[in-house]
Design a protein around this ligand. Sequence first.
Ligand code: GLU
Length: 544
Amino acid sequence: MDLSALAERLIPGEYPPLESFEKRYPPRDLPKGAEVTRLAPSPTGFIHLGNLFVAIANERIAHRSGGKLYLRIEDTDLKRKVDGAVEAVIAALDYFDIRFDEGAEIGGDDTYAPWYQRQRAEIYRAYAKELIRQGRAYPCFCTEEELSELRDEQTAKKEITGYYGKYAKCRNLSEEEIYAALDAGKPYVIRLRSLGDPSHKFTFHDEIKGDVTVTENDQDVVILKSDGIPTYHFAHAVDDHLMRTTLVIRGEEWLASLPIHLELFDALGFRRPKYGHNCSLMKMDGESKRKLSKRKDPELSLSFYRQEGYHPFAVKVYMLTLLNSDFEEWHQKFPDKPLGEFPFRIGKMSKSGALFDLDKLNDISRTELSRLSAEDMAAFLKEWTFAFGTQEQKDYFSDEEYLLRVLSLCMGTSGKKRRKDFVTAKQAVEEIGYFFGACKQKDAYCVDDATRNAILDGFLASYDINNDAQVWFSNVKALAASLGYAAEMRDYKANPEAYKGNVSDVAEVLRIAVTGRANSPDLWTIMQILGEERTRERILAART
Ligand code: GLU
């Protein structure tokens, strides 16, 4: 069969010689050991924690090695395209401080542009045409119906589904059959003619997983669809070669496609990039582990972290903790060092499922937020509140000095020990609500109404905003003693039966009256911040 004539018939027109692409996209001039990595999302509009997980690994490896990270948009499947999706990916990753050197909507060095696959159609067709000429690709005229019958037949026989071996009907069409189908105007796709043998297994070195055993590909996968647009597999091989990617780090769900990709690289005569398949994020569901799911787990979506007001730094710290086994220790040792200084190593990446646990993230968040200055905290809370908070909460930011006093107290920035009361912006803004507006009672009193009134009245009788913390506390102690409570803890501990309780029970009543809650930062300071009038009002309002 005249394969050149067939190639011309299937993909008509003049295409640049393949060497011209090699020249147009030359090897990158980078120092030895520099890795070129990429993120290659489909523009579906849904960007999730798994994408961030892989993005951090790609970014760290590229930049620590003096290489490049670029953004390629895999938009060959138009059905999945959502407007604004590319900007959404960039913004979501930028929030976590992931910066690309070049790519779609990023700009940068445009030697390897365009970065939208749809704009590279000519390149894929040129390579597909060459594969047809070499007999490594052929037209397939099977209809959707025929393919679905084939799948049913294979499923019934418990055989692997797909287009391969004896099932690849169009693989051995004669010249007459092909031209007859073309003359009849039948639509066709272009398939790879696989040379793989499924009884052959081979060892492949994965940069993350180590040596993995894989089976040779024998699927005659589609490389160009009937509209001339490539499939993901084919575009991946052509682009990663021409964009000079040295290391493909992607989710382990792609490991199953690896043999197809390796065969494509070989058929195209390209040098294979290195691959690292990153473990999936898992969570505990009862007794067993499962992958985080879009349907069941809101925490899979990156917008969840924005809406809940997680600090991006805390999320990043957690992701790095899951990504590199020695990160946690390093970060504890050097909490003030920029994360970029951590010697991130691909060899330290987890080989199998990383267990994602919101409680652990919350712990990390508490610690990271407690390290902020009151000013940085105010800025962080403000950003969240103006995006997601209520009008009442936005008003908290009208008096900055007052807010800073509140935050300094709640964070313990002036004391020796930092408090860890804040987990997220959303929770923190709710938490400080009692310093503004009315205070809602959250916790119940532990005493009867008469005792509560006696405590509140007794306190008001001696209350003076000008009393310092010591005088204030000795008044509370005296009040406790006058009502049958132990003024000193040690007296109470020595003889608990002799008292109704101790001074902390009395303070708790005052605390609930003033803040609505049984636990709060230092009560004297809270009263100082609220001022005498508001403190008195709240105590009076708490009487029954
Ligand atoms: N377009 C694929 C995705 O949406 C990219 C896979 C890869 O990184 O090779 O995840």
